[in-house]
Design a protein around this ligand. Sequence first.
Ligand code: ZN
Length: 335
Amino acid sequence: MIIDSHQHFVRLARHPEVEGFRQAQLSGKNPDSVPGISDADIKKSLEQVVGLMDSRAIDVAFASPRAKAMATHEGTAEQNAVWADLNNSLILRACQLNPGRFAPVGMLGQHPSCPSQQVATQIERWANEGFVAFNFDPDGTGGRWQNQPFTGKHNYPVFEAAQALDVPLVLHGSESINKNFPHTAVQYLVADITGFVQLMMAKDLFKDFPRLRFLIPHGGGALPCQIGRWRAIAKYNSWASPDEILGNGNVFVDTCIYNNLNMQMLFDAVPLDNILFGSECDGAFPGVVNDETHDHYDNTRRYVDDSKLNAADKARVYAANARRVYPRAARWIQK
Ligand SMILES: [Zn+2]
């Protein structure tokens, strides 16, 4: 069994009617009705990714809307709630149309002006529809990082809902208006790093929410290379250490790392119980070939397979950890 814990339905999000709806919103038209995307169009948008999953023997993927399209800094709180609901409804249908292959991960209608209670209500609604986790943008200002750290009490309604419903929050960056921070190359990794360090800095968060779980994508950002730096600064500043927040089962990372060396560094730096297989298959850099492997960079299965992990440890990374960290995914997994 192989579960890909990090996938986005990018092609579905790029359906002209979906993109057109958002453009209409942002131009102030606020369409009365959401676009009626056919089942055939949804299935067609997933053909490529299902084919890649089959060729890589990936059984199930946890799939969310396109991260860039969250664009939590744009629009209004009301528009972003409608936009998130539209994307979530499409993700849910896509999962239902491909039984046994996907589990839905939601988008949230975040906005700098949005009360977090509204976001919490959205988590409750979509968790009740079967969603297994939610992407949460720790920035929310389009790469300007002007908000308070996301771990503050202003987000406690979100954390209360996530803990009560037993759904992890995936700390995932979104679109960047900061031209120094291209979204896939920098902003997402800045979000990973910032999110992880803010969790170390948050004195009371895991005392108040001991069962709250966060997934830091892309191998935890710089975690495989810089965990020593964060151990040092944690001691220096009396923050929680990386080992503490990982060891307490509050923070997890995925394997969205695109070469053998850094994948092995991830396995050396982070406890294996905290690592979930992920690939962003066909999302971040579709079809781009790694000259070292002559295969797609995002075929991260290759790097896990080629690592020094034994078969039992690979089984933890490939599926057992994902089942434990995303307990609501069980209803979507047929094996
Ligand atoms: Zn992603």
